[in-house]
Ligand binder design. Structure first.
Ligand code: SF4
Length: 398
């Protein structure tokens, strides 16, 4: 896979050595078992796969290179570069301006941006409407586009589905930049609808199967479906794609669910005419991160720490998985760990940071097993800082 030149501030030789050693032993990444780092009486259990993915490294390399190459130009980002606060804060401090927030709310008026400016598209991609707006302003949308090729693969698959009259079901969070972009691209060639989880899939499935009412479809899915999507006409051919950072297992479950609905409606023998197999659009990094996290769940540990931006979808999914077995803390950096064994952990349900205590043995000399992992937008440097802080905290003798 291509190597990227990301700034040194995000690199960690400690983490790189671990990743290199695992890669040397297992080039094709067949072994998702964790890495064990023993430090006195603390053992760190690290996921086999974590940290910057292809799309994030590509985007980070490009924006820093652009800043170097065009020091006298105004550089704008359509929204956050990636969902990591430390990277975004650094870009802001270097003068990069964010045009929208992650929900698509305007932060900078379009009128104040002109053809002399550089506008960078983040790894999530953008909508066709925004692309057109930039073209109308004579802004170069190709040179500074960092849309991840794995997101573009989803768009290409959606276009194929649309061209063959399939309605495209997008498993994603309707407000997420990537889902907004995928929805926009999908609507261009076909009819599309966004569902956030298996519960919404089942609501839609029941409407399809039982010839549900159009008013119900309109009221439940409102802005998250193509205009004029008809319950009685547009659901006889389906294909499922996803926001690449959703739980792969949930996307599979949703795809299998709709396949079952179509089998009930049209029979097993003609399923190929009514349901498209889209398994090949799942992103490798999300799959690897989630598989590595599932492998962590086979271990015994005192607690787990997940590092990443609080608005990072893929990181949140790692927390959701780990908390099924371990007390799990979600932090953006080592600064959330205090020296008094306290940790400020983000609760993704309430969207608040909450002070917590580590569930540690009574004697600090008892062996401790700590799981640490991070999402696809977290620099290795932050991962190392978290491990060092935990090491410092728990290897202090009584
Ligand atoms: S998570 Fe996958 S699709 Fe998203 S930026 Fe990374 S490699 Fe690309």
């Amino acid at each position: 896979m291509k190597q990227f030149n990301i700034p040194n501030q995000y690199k960690s030789s400690f983490i790189q050595d671990i990743k290199r050693a695992r890669k040397a032993e297992d080039k094709l990444k067949r072994d998702f078992s964790p890495t064990f780092i023993k430090r006195e009486h603390v053992t760190f259990i690290l996921a086999r796969h974590f940290g910057f993915c292809y799309g994030v490294e590509n985007a980070v390399e490009k924006i820093y290179h652009t800043l170097e190459e065009f020091p006298n130009k105004r550089v704008f980002l359509l929204s956050q570069m990636i969902h990591n606060p430390i990277v975004n804060e650094d870009l802001l401090s270097r003068g990069v301006n964010f045009i929208m927030d992650t929900q698509g709310n305007q932060l900078i008026d379009w009128d104040s941006i002109n053809k002399n400016d550089i506008v960078v598209t983040p790894a999530f991609g953008t909508t066709l409407e925004i692309e057109q707006l930039l073209i109308n302003k004579n802004i170069d949308i190709k040179t500074f586009d960092t849309t991840c090729p794995f997101v573009e693969k989803v768009w290409k698959r959606s276009a194929k589905l649309g061209n063959s009259n399939h309605t495209i079901i997008i498993h994603g969070k309707a407000n997420h930049e990537e889902t907004r972009a995928t929805f926009s691209h999908s609507k261009h060639t076909g009819k599309a609808i966004v569902i956030k989880d298996i519960e919404e899939a089942k609501i839609l499935g029941e409407l399809i199967l039982n010839n549900g009412k159009q008013e119900d479809l309109n009221s439940i899915f409102k802005d998250n479906m193509s205009e004029h999507l008809k319950i009685d006409k547009d659901f006889n051919k389906l294909g499922v794609v996803n926001q690449t950072t959703m739980l792969a297992s949930e996307t599979h479950e949703i795809a299998e669910y709709f396949k079952t609905i179509m089998i009930k409606k049209y029979g097993e023998e003609s399923i190929k005419n009514h349901f498209a197999d889209t398994r090949d659009t799942l992103c490798y990094a999300t799959n690897d991160n989630q598989n590595a996290t599932l492998a962590l769940m086979k271990e015994k540990a005192d607690f787990a720490v997940v590092v990443g931006g609080y608005n990072s979808s893929n990181t949140t999914h790692l927390v959701e998985l780990l908390e099924q077995k371990f007390e799990t803390f979600f932090i953006s950096s080592e600064k959330k760990i205090s020296s008094a064994n306290e940790i400020l952990s983000f609760n993704y349900k309430t969207k608040q940071e909450e002070p917590k205590f580590f569930p540690i043995p009574k004697s600090s000399n008892e062996p401790l097993n700590i799981i640490v992992t991070c999402g696809a937008s977290c620099p290795d440097r932050i991962m190392e800082d978290v491990i060092q802080k935990l090491d410092y905290l728990f290897n202090v003798k009584d």
